[in-house]
Design a protein around this ligand. Structure first.
Ligand SMILES: [Zn+2]
Length: 170
């Protein structure tokens, strides 16, 4: 059976940067995914050490991090794939460790990402309808109904993000 990469756990350098991991000189964090997987992550300057287990077998991996100034300001961060040394935003945890999609030779299927994008679009549309500048008058019952829908969409966004990206505990 061939897996698509959405089935793998994903380490996303943009997410780690947003969470402030790369701002610290030395940081220890634990990433947890829904389903009980977790990794211990230690970042020191240009390297990140990962400790985790796959099917009960412990692994440690050192990943090199790089950054370069971006045209639009800011400094995006990249991982160097430990196998092919190319710069990557995402590394995937497959059966033998964190490597890029090409190294795992995985077909790309972005259905789950599209699903998340759709949820986020719906979330914005509902917020605009409820509180946007061009909102129209509506009945109280309609409003209550929209708020309930908005809450359930936001729950789903949190669940889906947790499934895809895990949470990071510092
Ligand atoms: Zn690679």
């Amino acid at each position: 059976m061939q897996h698509v990469n959405e089935d793998c756990l994903l380490l996303d350098s943009n997410r780690l940067a947003q969470m402030g991991i790369f701002k610290a000189r030395h940081i220890r964090a634990e990433a947890q995914w829904e389903g009980g997987s977790n990794i211990l992550l230690v970042y020191m300057g240009e390297h990140m050490n990962l400790k985790y287990s796959v099917n009960g077998r412990p692994y440690t991996q050192e990943i090199t991090i790089s950054t370069m100034p971006c045209h639009f300001g800011g400094f995006p961060y990249y991982f160097y794939c430990p196998a092919c040394s190319t710069r990557r935003v995402n590394l995937l945890l497959g059966m033998t460790g964190f490597y890029c999609r090409e190294c795992y030779d995985l077909p790309y299927c972005s259905q789950v990402c599209r699903y998340l994008d759709r949820l986020i679009t719906k979330n914005h549309a509902l917020q605009n309808r409820l509180w946007g500048e061009n909102r129209r008058p509506m009945r109280k019952s309609t409003r209550r109904c929209l708020i309930a829908r908005l809450n359930s969409i936001q729950d789903e966004i949190n669940k889906e993000s947790m499934r895809r990206f895990g949470v990071l505990i510092c």
